[in-house]
Design a protein around this ligand. Structure first.
Ligand SMILES: Cc1cc2nc3c(=O)[nH]c(=O)nc-3n(C[C@H](O)[C@H](O)[C@H](O)COP(=O)(O)OP(=O)(O)OC[C@H]3O[C@@H](n4cnc5c(N)ncnc54)[C@H](O)[C@@H]3O)c2cc1C
Length: 532
């Protein structure tokens, strides 16, 4: 079963979409009226970061909120590194994209008078987060998957793993990173069930492969989040930026051994829940005037500091003072999950710890979602658009995903007919390869990678820690490349390789940044007004 059959015929689609979260599905739905679409997803279609999104999607929908306030909150959170034009563009296009979601059948919660039931999260100066209970992502995926399944032009290919993008490199050209005419002709894709690798040719390729949370030991991301798209683009010599800005969510449920970690949405703090140390004392007043609703980087570092100072495993999130029925009506999933661990959040505080959650950097795209590689677009968490800068404002990521899918689709539709299929692409060549090494080699390297990133490249960094991480990573990089050269391609091996690749980029970019800013906090350049 391990042998990979050779590819016989290339498959051709106008659009190849890699990833089935909000970015990939919404791009596919928007281009499908005009051409054929293959949407590949490495496990089941629903498995994505989008599925797990709880809190909601930020958009200005009513007075007294305004674009200006949403823009200012985003800029404030981004700590000086946001691209202002991008922020203005995304915020002002949000209402239109909310209408698109409604058109596709998304059900947002409403109040008895029929207006949106808006939530407030950390860093937001207004109530502006549209949601579906505490299962917003699941509801988005339900609506979009249904639409995509019913579209005759969309071929949903689950358990199809994109291995690499196809560029001139595969025609034998030497491609350098400086080259400005790299083109993407599609991707090599492994059909996981059949063990076959297809050459999937496309006029336009859209990368929507999501985040990188699994390079850390504790993450809210599902196991699919291994940075495949970022890594593929980097290997194809495309631009990748701002990888040092990895957001840790301050409040994942403390439940050792559970992977992914269960997220306790920020909306619970927006609803009035308070962070406390294990002796019941509120501590956020020491760190920020917004207390428990300060931006995530500040809250995560504050929790990290309290845990380390006190030598405890977690802090507490206390919702016991809130009206019980209302609490359960708003947060049914969290209530159910806590009850499985014997925690009744109406009566007991919830133990929480920070967990790797969101990648602010990624594949560089312009305002039309174009990457530095021609015919290659990208959207969602895999990208760096300039919206988040050094830190993402809560609930701006679903918004970014759908706005950029829309802009990418509009731009691609204007151009795709001028792109011809490249018919001379060779099939995937796995000659000379053998059976894979034992799985233990892969799983052990993955554990080592996660330990390196967690211990040295986490919430608080230093020159020494980053140097150490770099040196240790080099060893597992070399071992994995050797393994890759002589093994039959498998999803697990490709994911390990991709994860090492993105970890390298995080470390490299973190070492280059000689300051503490946003999510990147280093002991060697502490800012006076920031916490240690
Ligand atoms: C627990 C949790 C809660 C969150 N809550 C919120 C929230 O309330 N509001 C908000 O705005 N954001 C939230 N986020 C972040 C947000 O969900 C994500 O940033 C967003 O959904 C990313 O969408 P995406 O389409 O870019 O990627 P994803 O939804 O992650 O989709 C990526 C897709 O790519 C596929 N894929 C990856 N690699 C390959 C490959 N090699 N070949 C084929 N397919 C591949 C995956 O299988 C998956 O289908 C949350 C994230 C998590 C984890």
């Amino acid at each position: 079963m391990w042998y990979v059959k050779k590819n016989i015929m290339a498959r051709k689609y106008d659009f190849l979409v890699i990833g089935s979260g909000l970015a990939g599905l919404s791009f596919a739905l928007k281009v499908a009226e005009h051409g054929t679409v293959a949407l590949v997803s490495k496990t089941k279609i629903s498995e994505s970061n989008t599925w797990y999104a709880q809190g909601g999607i930020a958009a200005v929908t009513s007075f007294p909120d305004s674009y200006e306030k949403h823009i200012n909150d985003t800029l404030d959170c981004g700590d000086g590194l946001c691209d202002i034009e991008t922020v203005e563009m995304v915020v002002s296009e949000a209402p239109k994209q909310i209408s698109e979601l409604l058109k596709w059948g998304m059900r947002f919660d409403t109040t008895p008078d029929g207006t949106f039931d808006l939530a407030r999260e950390g860093g937001h100066s207004e109530y502006r987060v549209l949601h579906h209970k505490d299962r917003t992502g699941t509801e988005i995926m339900r609506a979009l998957i249904e639409e995509a399944r019913n579209h005759k032009n969309i071929h949903l290919l689950d358990h199809h793993f994109a291995i690499d993008l196809i560029t001139q490199h595969h025609l034998g050209s030497t491609v350098t990173r400086q080259m400005d005419n790299i083109e993407c002709y599609g991707a090599y894709v492994l059909d996981v069930h059949r063990n076959e690798i297809s050459t999937m040719l496309s006029r336009v390729t859209f990368i929507a492969t999501g985040g990188i949370g699994n390079i850390y030991q504790t993450t809210t991301n599902p196991v699919i989040a291994t940075g495949d798209g970022v890594s593929m683009v980097y290997r194809a010599k495309g631009l990748v930026e701002n990888m040092e800005f990895v957001q840790f969510h301050p409040t994942a449920l403390y439940n050792p051994g559970e992977r992914p970690s269960f997220l306790i949405t920020e909306a619970l703090r927006g609803h009035g829940a308070i962070l406390r140390t294990n002796d019941g004392k509120e501590f956020m007043h020491k760190y920020d005037k917004r207390h428990s609703l300060a931006p995530r980087d500040i809250v995560a570092r504050a929790i990290d500091t309290e845990i380390k100072l006190r030598g405890e495993d977690h802090v507490l999130l206390d919702a016991t003072h809130l009206e019980p029925e209302n609490l359960i009506a708003h947060f049914p999933t969290i209530h159910e999950k806590c009850m499985t661990l014997g925690i009744d959040m109406r009566k007991q505080p919830i133990p929480v710890v920070p967990a790797a959650h969101y990648l602010c950097g990624g594949i560089r795209v312009d305002k039309n979602a174009q990457t530095s590689i021609k015919r290659l677009y990208a959207g969602g968490e895999a990208t760096y658009t300039g919206l988040h800068g050094a830190n993402r404002l809560a609930s701006n990521s679903l918004l970014e995903a759908i706005v950029y899918a829309d802009r990418g689709a509009t731009h691609a539709l204007e151009n795709f007919r001028s792109f011809t299929f490249n018919e001379v692409i060779p099939a995937w060549n796995d000659e000379g390869t053998r059976l894979p090494e034992e799985m233990i080699l892969i799983t052990q390297e993955f554990k080592e990678l996660q330990a390196i990133m967690t211990n040295y490249v986490g919430i608080v960094r230093s020159n020494l820690r980053l140097k150490r991480a770099f040196e240790r990573l080099e060893i597992i990089y070399r071992e994995t490349e050797e393994l890759y050269e002589k093994s039959v391609v498998s999803t697990q091996l490709c994911e390990l390789r991709n994860a090492i690749n993105v970890a390298y980029l995080v470390i490299k970019m973190a070492r280059r940044r000689k300051e503490s800013r946003g999510l990147h906090y280093t002991l060697d350049f502490p800012n006076k007004n920031r916490i240690v």
